[in-house]
Write a protein that binds this ligand. Structure first.
Ligand code: HEM
Length: 437
């Protein structure tokens, strides 16, 4: 990919492109060093306005991000803006597991010293796939539900992401995310002015995916494929579909998604579906009311509950107070909403998924990296089944795609499942640490 001319686009848009480009070149560009002076960009000392951190006192849970993030006026967690997903295999070469583990842990701890654990600094998790654990002696304990990824609907034929490790890096400052990425996977020996232990030789990078989440950002990037160039995405909308998501009442708590027992207690499971969105018809054929009906519910559209992009919803999209029988509802309305369908999978009224998804323009096409945390992958499968709504399609005139929420606009490209261990096991964990260590 090529960077836009820095003089012709807003700084924020330029840096978003730099995150997608990545590497020393992306970092140099983002720091305003358009001369491509790699060393400057990589080892250039403290970054402007990016607070340093402290690895002492970090929580047990790698995924405990909510306390480190701000809330908006309604009390919803404000997610970090820039995201990088690094898929890699592990190659220890001749090094022992213990030596490799210590070196990787040192690199992670150095990153925590380099960056405050916050959106202004850096948040990250390291997760490991079923195929990583399959190669080790011993098996995962029963308290961990981590099957291999597979196709989950009749409408998809996804690639399966089976690399050993997935590192998720996130922060508001693009330079911070890029500097951490370069220190962990690239040639940089320091980040934000702090030396970082070199563990890059342990990784064989396989894929790098990127995205962004914030009001106005999709509108700035509607020049890609998958959406009309003049799509009237509201300024305040963080999603290409023109709305906000992640309302507090529709999100699982971090407690709900945390594994409670066994050696991985304090960890969680992570699934990432990489989804392409094709939004030409969404924007050129649907009215605002139809978009609201398909994303939330027809009741939301009739009662004008949502507003332009979700600003009327506060912290609760109110999808749990709709008639429980979605099949009867769909028969009556001829349309069923996405969030309304997904909410059928709540357990005791509580959402099971903590969604940390973010839009992307990887491949110069609109999409979403649908990253979720849940206690077990079974939780994800149950929610995805509810969202797919095959029962609704079978029993009503609502199609398997058309008028069935937003399915007709989504194309699942890949799926991956990972275990995000508690922090003390985040570097090359054994399959059953209590037994194997
Ligand atoms: C382009 C893709 C998607 C978009 C734009 C989207 C958007 C939304 C929006 C706007 C909401 C309502 C408010 C909120 O987030 O708090 C929602 C809710 C939800 N979505 Fe999606 N979504 C997408 C894909 C998915 C997928 C693939 C799943 C898979 C399971 C999913 C599961 C859920 C769940 C569980 C809820 C909350 C339901 C509840 O309140 O219990 N979404 N989504």
């Amino acid at each position: 990919m090529e960077l836009p001319d820095p003089d012709s686009v807003p700084r924020r848009e330029f840096c978003k492109a730099a995150v997608a480009l990545g590497g020393a070149a992306g970092l140099s560009a983002c720091l305003g060093r358009g001369d491509g002076s790699v060393e400057d960009g990589v080892d250039g000392g403290p970054l402007d306005g990016v607070p340093a951190g402290d690895s002492d006192g970090a929580p047990v849970r790698q995924h405990a991000w909510n306390d480190a993030l701000d809330r908006d006026e309604a009390g919803n967690v404000v997610p970090p803006v820039h995201h990088v997903l690094r898929y890699a295999n592990i190659d220890r070469g001749d090094a022992s597991r213990a030596e490799s583990r210590n070196r990787l842990e040192a690199a992670f701890a150095d990153l925590e010293r380099a960056f405050e654990r916050s959106a202004a600094g850096l948040l990250f998790t390291a997760g490991y796939s079923p195929s990583y654990f399959d190669r080790l002696s011993g098996t995962l304990p029963e308290s961990v539900d981590l099957p291999a990824p597979r196709s989950l609907t009749g409408l998809e034929d996804p690639a399966l992401d089976e690399t050993d490790v997935l590192v998720h890096l996130a922060g508001d400052d693009p330079a911070a995310v890029l500097a951490a990425d370069e220190a962990l996977f690239g040639a940089a020996t320091a980040a934000n002015g702090v030396a970082v232990t070199d563990a890059s030789d342990l990784f064989e990078p396989v894929d790098r995916r990127t995205g962004f989440l914030g009001p106005g950002l999709p509108r700035e990037r509607r020049d890609v494929d998958g959406i009309p160039d003049d799509a009237p995405i509201p300024e305040g909308a963080p999603l290409f579909m023109g709305f906000a998501n992640g309302f507090a009442a529709s999100q699982a708590t971090e407690d709900r998604v945390t594994i409670g027992t066994g050696p991985f207690a304090g960890g969680t499971t992570q699934q990432v579906s990489t989804i392409r969105t094709q939004l030409d018809a969404w924007w050129s054929q649907e009215s605002h009311a139809q978009r609201v009906a398909k994303l939330f519910s027809p009741t939301h559209a009739d009662e004008e509950r949502v507003g332009e992009h979700g600003e009327r919803l506060g912290s609760d999209p109110g999808v749990a107070d709709l008639p429980e029988d979605a099949v009867a509802y769909a028969r009556e309305e001829g349309v069923v909403g996405h969030a309304q369908k997904a909410a059928r999978a709540r357990e005791n009224g509580e959402p099971r998924l903590l969604r940390r998804d973010f839009p992307t323009t990887d491949g110069d096409h609109t999409g979403i990296h649908f990253l979720t945390l849940q206690e077990s992958i079974g939780d994800f499968v149950a929610v995805r089944d509810a969202m797919t709504g095959a029962d609704i399609a079978d029993e009503t005139a609502v199609g398997s795609r058309v008028n069935n929420g937003i399915l007709q606009y989504l194309f699942v490209r890949s799926r991956g499942n990972f275990l995000v261990p508690p922090r003390e096991l985040r570097a090359l964990p054994d399959a059953n640490p209590r037994q194997d260590r």
